[in-house]
Design a protein around this ligand. Structure first.
Ligand code: CMP
Length: 152
């Protein structure tokens, strides 16, 4: 069943440092997804460890925290029908090398460790992850003028 949901998305430090913010946000907007919250910040070690708590103890956890805290990132909340799935399809596989051309990681990344963008993998995790960066009152409500054409 299709329903309007919110998902959590974050442009990582490599996306920002490489000047890809506009290109990536354009793809999210062009798809029909609605950006309802956004911040630009250097993520602290504490925030990064909270965001990626599920990976604590894994071999890539420490390098991941170093990567995420190495420069500014752009966390956002994105809304739409089946937005979790829509964004995951848009960004491609976690390993940029395996991500299809046409996807964000497929077009802009070379490796698993520097994969440009993060997106929640479920509605439940999206709620947990967006709460790391946003208070409920920081998430705005508005209409896209093309909603009547995006959805039946
Ligand atoms: P992301 O979607 O942000 O979720 C966890 C991140 O850990 C992942 O993208 C990669 O940036 C990073 N990572 C590094 N090594 C691995 C690995 N072996 N498996 C999964 N994720 C990894």
């Amino acid at each position: 069943m299709s329903e309007f949901v919110r998902t959590f998305v974050m442009l990582k430090p490599d996306a920002v440092a490489r000047g890809l913010i506009g290109e990536i946000i354009t793809r999210i907007e062009r798809k029909g997804l609605k950006i309802v919250a956004m911040k630009f910040l250097q993520v602290s070690k504490e925030l990064a460890e909270t965001q990626y708590a599920v990976h604590k103890g894994k071999s890539f956890f420490e390098p991941l925290i170093e990567y995420i805290t190495s420069g500014p990132s752009l966390p956002m909340v994105v809304e739409g029908k089946n937005a979790v799935q829509a964004v995951r399809t848009l960004i491609g596989k976690t390993n940029s090398l395996e991500a299809n051309p046409g996807t964000i990681r497929g077009d802009f990344g070379m490796t698993l460790e520097r994969n440009v963008i993060h997106a929640a993998d479920s509605v439940e995790n999206a709620k947990i992850e967006m709460a790391v960066y946003f208070k409920e009152e920081e998430i705005v409500k508005y209409k896209r003028i093309d909603e009547q054409w995006l959805y039946e």
